[in-house]
Write a new protein. Sequence first.
Length: 161
Amino acid sequence: MSTDNRYKMSQERYDALNEELHYLETDRAKEVAEQIKEARSFGDLSENSEYDEAKSEQGKLYSKIAEIKNLIENAEIVDKNEGNTNKGAVTLGSVVKVKDADGDVEEYTVVGSQEANPMEGMISDDSPFGRGLYGHVAGDTVEVEAPIGTLKYTIVSVENN
């Protein structure tokens, strides 16, 4: 397998993926196997919607397990402060408050691409916004290229826990 596709993530995310994988391979796999066994007991498999549904669920489970294994095998655990000589600079794991041109202040956490969820304020370090903030400190003004043009933000605060 190619190692070009590494997934940056925190140790917490890596541990959570391992826990999820363990659950899927043990408890969830047993549940799905039981669903298939029960559906088989209903008789003719050619017209058995419960069996079809259980087999479909098994396929989804195997797909999810393969996806998580790929993430774990290609994980690159990033120390929040690794290589960051300026402790107040934005890096992976930083909680950043920014002010836009309208004066609105928003808070974001910079995370690896596998953890990103912009609706919850979790932005990827690989996104244009995340790359624009990376390495800057409170008081800096950064420009971010967006589909609607260049946006300017002033970094209000940076928290590195």
